[in-house]
Design a protein around this ligand. Structure first.
Ligand SMILES: Nc1ncnc2c1ncn2[C@@H]1O[C@H](COP(=O)(O)OP(=O)(O)OP(=O)(O)O)[C@@H](O)[C@H]1O
Ligand SMILES: [Mg+2]
Length: 278
């Protein structure tokens, strides 16, 4: 099934700058002149070396930190603080240990003071079913595996039905097998719910497997260096990873990020070093 992507942007970033001032050291340009539009229903991944500003960008979109200058709009409204139109999933599941899975999922909706109690219950059930946690509704976080905790975290975010789901390396702390399973699930869920997603990762294969577009960032200053389109319909099957299209895209991304292709051959100059000396 082809991905149903609207033409209207959910997210519009224009000329975003974020500068961190440091005592007795040069300022850090975590973001410099970053512009990006994300359309309704689109799945966009962001890759780049450590420290290139991926989390800074996501945190600003979430409204958890302010830009130094530039503009960010979600559904046409300037981002000034966190809001019900955005939900964030971080690397470590931030579940409340004294609440069951069901009540943790309800918590996200309670924080937004909407919807009513019976609708919250319905949505929690819907979200638990989506992520495959229905049998664990009454379990506490300490009774869940790492993968299940991240499923609950995702369900909590989905239950608020955000216009934009923001994910910052959500599977970064999981073992390879659990990570692979959750990638497939996120791909299916985003497709089923037409959820617009902005997903940060440093895993190129993950970025390609999930995305309609992969945004590549470079560091010093943090900026967008390339955007690659992945035309294969979502959700993608395992065979996509072995396709010539995937292998060519992976090579292109590796060269762009590390200055190195999939066989380890390349310019010999890592992109970060090349950036710093440019
Ligand atoms: N609160 C802060 N104060 C000062 N500098 C900061 C702050 N937060 C981030 N930075 C700097 O901004 C730059 C971008 O950091 P950011 O965390 O966005 O990188 P990242 O791409 O998410 O890296 P990683 O892949 O390691 O998570 C880095 O140089 C970092 O040191
Ligand atoms: Mg980060």
């Amino acid at each position: 099934m082809a991905t149903d992507i609207g033409s209207d942007p959910i997210l519009e970033i224009v000329g975003a700058n974020k500068v961190f001032q440091r005592a007795k050291a040069d300022d850090v340009w975590a973001l410099k002149d970053v512009s990006l539009s994300v359309r309704r229903g689109e799945f966009v991944t962001i890759v780049g070396p450590s420290g290139c500003g991926k989390s800074t960008l996501l945190t600003a979109i979430a409204g958890l930190s302010r830009l130094s200058s530039g503009s960010m709009r979600v559904n046409g409204v300037e981002v000034k603080k966190p809001g019900a139109d955005r939900s964030v999933v971080f690397q470590h599941a931030s579940l409340l240990p004294w609440r069951t899975v069901r009540k943790n999922i309800a918590y996200g909706m309670e924080m937004q003071r909407s919807p009513g109690k019976s609708e919250r219950r319905k949505r929690a059930n819907w979200a638990m079913e989506l992520v495959g946690l229905t049998g664990f509704a009454d379990s506490y976080p300490s009774q869940l595996s790492g993968g299940m905790k991240q499923r609950a975290n995702l369900a909590r975010a989905l239950a608020t039905q955000p216009a934009l789901l923001l994910m910052d390396e959500p599977f970064g702390a999981l073992d390879a097998m659990t990570k692979g399973r959750l990638q497939v699930e996120v791909s299916r869920i985003s497709q089923e719910t037409s959820q617009t997603v902005l997903f940060v990762t440093h895993d190129i294969d993950e970025a390609l497997l999930l995305a309609d577009r992969v945004v590549v960032m470079a560091s010093r200053p943090g900026r967008i260096s390339k955007i690659v389109e992945v035309r294969r319909p979502r959700p993608r099957q395992e065979d996509f990873v072995e396709s010539p299209e995937f292998i060519a895209l992976r090579r292109e991304l590796r060269l762009s990020i590390h200055g190195m292709d999939s066989d380890g051959a390349g310019t010999g100059v890592p992109a970060e070093v090349a950036d710093a000396t440019a």
